[in-house]
Design a protein around this ligand. Structure first.
Ligand SMILES: Nc1ncnc2c1ncn2[C@@H]1O[C@H](COP(=O)(O)OP(=O)(O)OP(=O)(O)O)[C@@H](O)[C@H]1O
Length: 195
């Protein structure tokens, strides 16, 4: 994936300036910066969710996206939350659930699962899509320290096991360090990557 961003504005407000990013399988990058700096805006552009920017994105990598909220389907059980969006088989969904530590939750609905379990299900769903690059927007926020540390370790293990790359958006440099992601700090107005 190669991003050549010239700029991104919301109406008259230019949020992002020129930014070049390139990322491939096996590489890990973290976009750091304070609240409101444009981190989520940048990730949404990379994810293809926001076509309204000037510049270009090239590459045919398969992407999977994880937001802060697990964004699960409330009326589908855990297995269907993986099979429906990814098109994988039930057996594959169950295998991913086992890998994230949810072997006994096949028929649970999201509301019957803790936030930490829902996050693990979202992680299983993302990997079931067999991404080349995983895009994550503050995925460990609002988890207690121990749960966040376990999720980070699990994410790192699955990235290494599958060879997927990572683009992580976070305000927390410790998360980037724990995931061995190269930190890129957004700053300035409009925001760019600072030296
Ligand atoms: N849909 C929108 N319309 C107008 N302005 C927006 C929109 N989305 C974001 N912005 C503005 O763009 C700027 C960057 O927002 P963004 O959410 O990308 O920042 P962030 O670094 O991800 O912040 P946070 O860490 O708080 O999530 C902010 O000033 C925000 O108010």
């Amino acid at each position: 994936m190669q991003l050549d961003l010239i700029g991104k504005s919301y109406g008259p407000n230019q949020v992002l300036g020129p930014i070049r990013l390139s990322l491939t399988r096996g590489q890990r990058l973290a976009i750091l910066g304070p609240s409101g700096m444009g981190k989520s805006t940048l990730l949404r552009i990379v994810a293809g969710l926001d076509p309204q920017f000037s510049g270009s994105i090239t590459g045919d990598d398969r992407l999977a996206l994880i937001f802060q909220e697990p964004t699960l389907l409330p009326w589908r059980n855990a297995t269907q939350n993986i099979t429906i969006p990814t098109g994988c088989s039930v057996a594959q969904a169950h295998e991913w659930m086992a890998r994230v530590g949810l072997p006994a939750h096949h028929n649970h609905f999201p509301r019957q699962m803790s936030l930490g379990q829902q996050r693990r299900l979202a992680l299983a769903r993302a990997f079931a899509a067999q991404p080349d690059i995983l895009l994550m927007d503050e995925p460990f926020a609002s988890l207690d320290g121990e749960t966040a540390a376990r999720m980070i370790a699990l994410t790192s293990e699955l990235l290494s096991g599958t060879g997927a790359g990572l683009l992580l958006v976070t305000h927390d440099p410790n998360e980037a360090r724990a995931l061995e992601a190269r930190p890129l700090r957004l700053g300035g107005n409009p925001a760019q990557i600072q030296g």
